[in-house]
Ligand binder design. Sequence first.
Ligand code: NAP
Length: 528
Amino acid sequence: MTPPHEGVLVLESFLNDSWVSGAGVGAPLINPSDGNLVATASSDGLDLRAALQYGRDRGGPALRALSFSERGALLGQIADALNGRRDDWYEISRINSGNTKADAAIDVDGGIGTLKYFAKLASTLGDGRMLSDGPATRLGRDPAFVGVHLGMPVRGVAIQINAYNFPSWGLWGKAAVALLAGVPVFAKPATATAWLSQAMVKAVVDAGILPTGALSLLCGGAGDLLDHARFGDVIAFTGSAETGLKISHSPRVVSEGVRVNIEADSLNSAVLAPDGAYGTPAFDFFTSEVVKEMVAKSGQKCTAIRRVFVPAEQADAAAEAISAGLAAVKVGDPANEGVGMGPLVHMGQRKTVEEGIAALTAAGATPVSRAEAGIAGDLAKGAFVSPTLLRMNDGAESALVHDLEVFGPVATLIPYNSPAELFSLVRRGGGSLVTSVFGNDSDFLVEAAEALGDSHGRLMLIDPSVGASHGGHGIVMPMSQHGGPGRAGNGSELGALRGLWFYLQRSAVQASSATLERFGGRYVEAVN
Ligand code: NAP
């Protein structure tokens, strides 16, 4: 057996309620600002079949024995345990993900905030352990024979596989919903940034909050994990469409009928409405949101704006305003003063992004700006990329601009000449997580919603009255259902009590009204 790197943190996994390491040197986790090794993670040789079974045998029964409000209290305790150490989490985010403090806050505070939200929601559900989907309804001539749809927790494990860009929010956003539903969690963070997930889970385990088997964590590759999935388990995956396809088509998942939720990549859009002329509030709110979204987490957000649609007569002014905003952002090692955008997650991602920019350019896009402010970091060692706005004058001609997700600080501005052309171009994303539309006139926003709703998981319609107070194009909210159709994965997550349904089996319970009454408070109606 090769010894691990001397002095380097080895990320252990938490399986069967014990901390264990895989064999071998493990995969490297690096600091993307300087290329230094910060930790390793290996799952080689770990018995994942036994670990999943442990969750089913121990965690499931323990969680199902609790009411919604008792489970919610556990979520609140997890949030408290994490909240007290936010500075530690920001520091790990800087070192392992190259996050600025603002970027780290999206991930860390987003995760903790989501736990708190579901804890509060659960406190309103009393002693219920099941959800009802609507009230009981009469089924036939006899008024005493009625039916109600009840959601009961699945009796497997919630296998939650996360992408590298949100090691905190991805983990806790999913875990909160599964635990509240009464299903044990088996979390698998992306290896490249698993340190934060591991450190947070360690803090929660050390605080002794959850019942035995309710939370497991796998650091390192997925190995043969999916070969041990079985009926009753559910898989919630976030990542690339390619990996999502592999997971949903893996033989065991198919043969056991394991439910899979996929949150994949997406060609999201921001739209400036026809009335959003230069000098109007809509123009300013729109251009500043595009800049913010391109830079936040160095463009590594599944919801980030990739296509920027503007009326043709506003294209020059919009390009200029966005370029000016990008030019003011200092790129570099977030440890340096004044840095507003950190590196990508690693050199491999930088290469992929640079290849993506080159491909879009070869397909007819012209560079509008690559911010000139210079890079406050070592380009030879750090995965830095300048924010890059491209322009594609004939959006209908290029297939690539509607198909290639360049997962970095890169967006393409596309002029349009009519609403009909605009809607048809936006729809060429083939199903997206989100489009935001900025206009001075609400009538156009409504028209856009009707034209685009079926191809989007979320639409953000911004008129000047909420221009300064909206949640942000790229920010997901636990009270809204998120996920997009088509290439975005056809998945959904969060969404208040709606989100719980992924972890519940909906059963049409048909019985006498007297029998239904005997359920007492065991089910609560999902009203949000
Ligand atoms: P990825 O390469 O697809 O990896 C995602 C996760 O899948 C990682 O934990 C990875 O583990 C795991 N994985 C890889 N192969 C697997 C297999 N055969 N079986 C089981 N698990 C496997 O994606 P990424 O590079 O981390 O994330 C970037 C992508 O995620 C972007 O395309 C982005 O759009 C998308 N994303 C989507 C959303 C959304 O909500 N729609 C949110 C965030 C990101 P290892 O790291 O160990 O390989």
